[in-house]
Design a protein around this ligand. Structure first.
Ligand code: MV4
Length: 449
């Protein structure tokens, strides 16, 4: 097993990876920016190296400093976590050049799935159902318009180098198309340096269902069931849960089989997530594949009893999966609430600053993944998530009850948080009855306020 691993990330996911390494007897090297000197991952790692100023481009995205820190510290592998360099093919390539194992997929997997129109093409060839739409990407608005008319409005314009909702535009009728196409194109060009777009039929009010994949370097691929990530605000996930209890065993097996086929199509390795849309008629469509561990991985860990970070590290070491698809058993129900330092009464604007007092919940079936502590100064530089509260119980109603109890225990003073926003969602009847889809938050929660 690796002797020393560098964690190329910060916050709660850096702690999460350090914990998995410690339990595997692996020495850990943390990297941190100047503003993160007092962040918890710096204190929890065996070694810590300051790699630059606060701004991400000069620190957590600074490939040169990260690689040289790995070499100087003697780390044989790097875990990138999520965000930052976790889906950067150049970083994967440079790790390989320096004989440093990247704990995650290979450069070709990241490239293939990072180009969303190429990914669509690979899925069509692999006979994985995709949303009706364009075969190829295009930068030509008039060609795109013809495709949109063939598909039938409403359509959604997506950036081929986008993902996660960035550079997306929904078009309800013909006369909006060209202007929205050009806006999306210029946004994509600025954000990703690429203005290749593709068009899909817009699926109205779907559920956003993603399947967790584990694939080793010996061709074994399994799925670990689904997560319902429909509760999103401005394309940011708010609350995730597993399993989705409106999906029958039969549908779960069908979607799981397609998720494995999607991974097989690119000879995938490591942990990955295949995203589907599930429409009102229980038809499902592939939309994209994420080639990283995701924020919401703990809900899958709770219902399967697996440690996904340890599984990634063992796969990177070259071990075969020690579980088969038949061994995967979904037990109980898990819900995750993302705890953000944001002021929900002021348009959810970030609320950095010094935390005065913290009390975080515990008890049966409660897990908190967070790096905050009393006196911790939340920097304004990075995203506003300060932790995740995850619960497990025997079924969805019990899990909701436990989550409400746990949220009530939270004390975080000195900054604003979105805890009350979560309480509102958990008390909403449509949520309690699981009558939700991707428009739930905008329609049910935001319009109410
Ligand atoms: C869609 C869609 C409906 N129809 N594609 C959102 C981010 C990325 N994962 C893909 N996403 C979507 N793609 C088609 N053809 C709905 C979503 C979607 C969504 C869209 C707008 C606002 C919030 C959303 C939340 C989840 C999924």
């Amino acid at each position: 097993m690796f002797k020393k691993v560098l964690i190329a990330n910060r916050g709660e996911i850096a702690l999460r990876i350090i914990r998995a390494c410690k339990e595997l007897g692996i020495e850990t090297v943390a990297i941190y920016s100047e503003i993160d000197r007092e962040s918890l991952h710096v204190h929890m790692a065996d070694h810590a190296v300051c790699i630059g100023p606060a701004i991400s481009s000069k620190s957590y995205l600074n490939i040169k400093n990260i690689i040289s820190t790995a070499i100087v510290s003697g780390a044989e592998a790097i875990h990138p976590g999520y965000g930052f360099l976790s889906e950067n093919p150049k970083f994967a390539k440079i790790c390989k050049m320096h004989n440093i194992k990247l704990i995650g997929p290979k450069e070709e997997h990241i490239n293939k799935m990072g180009n969303k129109s190429e990914a669509r093409k690979a899925m069509i060839n692999a006979k994985v159902p995709v949303v009706p739409g364009s075969e190829e990407g295009t930068t030509d608005g008039f060609k795109a318009f013809e495709i949109a008319k063939d598909i039938g409005f409403p359509v959604i314009i997506k950036a081929s180098s986008g993902g996660g909702g960035r550079g997306m535009r929904i078009v309800y009728d013909e006369d909006q198309f060209i202007s929205k196409f050009n806006m999306a194109k210029s946004e994509s060009s600025k954000a990703f340096g690429d203005d290749l777009m593709y068009i899909e039929k817009f699926i109205e009010e779907p559920r956003h269902i993603e399947f967790q994949i584990l694939a080793d370097e010996h061709g074994n691929i399994i799925h670990l069931g689904e997560r319902d990530c429909s509760l999103q605000r401005r394309n940011q996930k708010v609350l995730e849960e597993a399993p989705c209890n409106v999906i029958s065993e039969e549908l779960r097996n069908k979607m799981g089989e397609m998720a494995i086929k999607a991974a097989e199509a690119v000879n995938y390795e490591s942990a990955g997530t295949v995203e589907f849309l599930l429409d009102k008629h229980n038809k499902f469509y592939f939309i994209e594949m994420n080639t990283r561990i995701q924020v919401e991985h703990p809900v899958t860990e709770y219902i399967t009893g697996l440690d996904l970070i340890k599984e990634q590290i063992k796969i990177a070491w070259g071990e075969k999966l020690n579980i088969s698809q038949e061994d995967v058993k979904i037990n109980g129900h898990s819900i995750e609430c993302r705890i953000n330092a944001e002021d929900i009464k002021n348009n959810f604007r970030p609320s950095p600053g010094t935390i005065e007092n913290v009390f975080l919940p515990g008890g049966n079936g409660v897990r908190v993944d967070s790096h905050i502590y009393s006196g911790y100064k939340i920097p304004p530089t990075y995203d506003s998530m300060i932790g995740k509260l995850i619960v497990w119980d025997k079924d969805r109603k019990k899990a909701i009850n436990r989550m409400k109890r746990a949220l009530d225990e939270i004390i975080i003073t000195g900054i604003y948080t979105n805890v009350d926003f979560h309480k509102e969602i958990l008390n909403n009847n449509k949520f309690i009855e699981n009558c939700i889809n991707t428009s739930f938050i905008e329609k049910e929660i935001m319009e109410e306020e």
